[in-house]
Every structure is written in C-alpha cells, then in structure tokens.
Design a protein around this ligand. Structure first.
Ligand SMILES: O=C(O)CCC(=O)C(=O)O
Ligand SMILES: [Fe+2]
Length: 299
C-alpha cells in the first residue's frame, strides 16, 4: 500500500457499496501508475495547458522504424490508388490509415506504458481506440483548421472529454517543420474554437522520440510545413466507450493479434464494446458491467 493511500482499501467494517470501492481502487491504480512512471509533471501540464510532451518514450530506433513503416505503408496506399489526401486533391500531405491493423510495431506503440498511463488519466480505464493514423505533412500545404477533437459533439463540450490523443513525434517538431499547433489552456473553455483561434496558437516544440499527449478539448491543428522534406507524426486517437470509433479496428484485428498482446489491448480495440448489437435488450449483458464504471472516477 502506498504510504499516502487515500483510505481506499476495503476493510471488515467498510460500508461502502462495492461499486464505490471499485471506483476508489481505480483512482489509486491510476495515481500509483503515474507516480511509478514519474509522470507527475506531465499531469500538471495536462491540467494547466491541456497537453504535455513525454521525451524518450521509446528508444530512438523505435521512432525511426515507426517513421519508415508509416512512409512504406503510405507508398503502398499510393500504388493501390487509395491514399488519403490531407489538403485536398492538389495538396501533397496525406494520412496513412488503419495502422494498428497493419503491423506489430503499432501494437507496441499503443501499449507503451507512459503515454497510455496519461491517456488513462484523461479518459479512464475503459477508453478505447478510435483510430491510429500516420500524418505526413509536406511543404506548400496550408495549416489544418483549428479544432477540438470532438467531432459532431455539440457545445458545450463535456468536461470529461469524449476523446484524447497521442501524437508520436517521429521527426523533430518545430514551427518550420509543421508541428502541431496548440492553444494552451483552451481545454478549460469547453467549446469548439471560434474562427480566429489560430491567432492564439503556438507550435509544440518536441524532439523526435517524444510523444505529445493532449486532451481532446484543447484547440489544436497541424501547422504548415515551410521547409523541404516530410513531417511524419502518428496519432493514436482514443474515445470513451459511447463514441463511435473512426476505424472499426475490432473488425479487422485477428484473435491471434489480440492473443499476443496484454489483456487491455482487446478492450482498447473495442472487443468488449456492447454497441451496436443485433440482440440488444435493456441491460444488454455485455454493456451492463460498464454502466457504473463509465460514469467515471476514471473507470
Ligand atoms: O497532424 C497534426 O499535427 C495534428 C492532426 C490533428 O489534430 C487531427 O488530424 O485531428
Ligand atoms: Fe485533431
């Protein structure tokens, strides 16, 4: 037991409801993990600014392999005539989609301890992956529009954000390189950005080897690259269980891939998501066990 445990261990005389005990234990788990990994400073960043940078989240060689794999898959997409343009048909920037179903290295990235602990802090233990994308940005394209990662969500945005994001930095991020632009503190406003919000933005400066974790309520966008070459970044985009994911990863990831990963992987890709279902009944047995925990205390 942690010396500073906030009295959340059940005892003989404990009169709390079991669901309450469980939620208190989840808080302990999340706190203990943050402390074990030395991420207290990152939590402060998330609270104040809405984003944080983890340096050296994996060895540099891992980031190099990630970058090469994303570019190789993007090339495959181009040859197959299904590359996803990011700046309209005439732009050069593009997205590489469905990554988690396209290579083991992506499985390793989504399970990396530190970024996942911060996402869990933001989104609770029950959150799931919405999509896993490579973002390749090329000189000449305009910046992306300022937005919150809360598509189709009406204002005011829920304080318990519907989505949050990891950005794996596989090239040095700077204003010139086309870094992600952020409006520090904007996650507290609980609205989508107003039209001139890009005037409030700053670039995230981060070395290759970093992972940016940010609250989906924070206003942000991809910046314009103004130097030659390609800025490759990779998002792992998480949402709460009630949100429809961007990619149906659960449908395309095999049981074999699930079996070679830690148990949480299955949940993250949506194996346990009760919706949609053909045999829905009130108190759908698959969903019922999540109703309590998704009310939060970081469940
Ligand atoms: O590429 C980036 O820097 C940010 C991308 C982003 O925010 C998005 O696609 O939602
Ligand atoms: Fe975004």
């Amino acid at each position: 037991m942690h010396h500073n445990q906030l009295n959340t261990e059940a005892s003989m005389t404990d009169t709390r409801h079991p669901a309450v005990i469980e939620s208190h234990q989840r808080l302990d788990r999340i706190r203990d993990e943050i402390v074990r990994l030395g991420l207290e400073r990152n939590i402060l960043d998330l609270e104040l600014y809405g984003y944080t940078v983890i340096e050296n989240a994996k060895p540099l060689s891992f980031f190099e392999e990630l970058r090469e794999t994303i570019l190789r898959l993007g090339e495959e997409d181009r040859k197959a005539g299904r590359r996803v343009p990011l700046s309209g048909p005439d732009g050069k920037s593009y997205l590489v989609t469905w990554l988690l179903a396209r290579g083991r290295i992506f499985e390793e990235a989504v399970m990396a301890e530190k970024p996942l602990a911060l996402i869990t802090y933001l989104m609770g233990e029950s959150c799931q992956i919405s999509s896993n994308h490579g973002h390749v940005r090329v000189q000449g394209d305009p910046p992306q529009g300022m937005h919150a990662d809360a598509p189709m969500v009406a204002d005011p945005l829920p304080e318990a954000s519907v989505a949050s994001n990891m950005m794996w930095v596989t090239d040095d991020f700077s204003l010139e390189s086309g870094s992600t632009l952020v409006v520090p503190g904007s996650h507290k406003r609980l609205t989508h950005p107003m039209p001139n919000a890009s005037k409030m933005a700053v670039p995230v400066v981060a070395k290759k080897g970093s992972v940016i974790v940010f609250n989906g309520n924070m206003w942000h966008s991809a910046g314009a690259r103004t130097i030659p070459g390609e800025r490759v970044g990779m998002t792992v985009y998480f949402n709460r269980m009630y949100v429809r994911p961007q990619e149906d990863l659960n449908a395309v990831i095999s049981d074999e891939v699930v079996a070679r990963n830690p148990p949480r992987f299955a949940h993250l890709i949506g194996r346990n998501n009760p919706y949609p279902t053909k045999d829905y009944a009130f108190f759908n047995p698959k969903g019922a066990k999540y109703f309590q925990r998704t009310m939060d205390p970081r469940g």
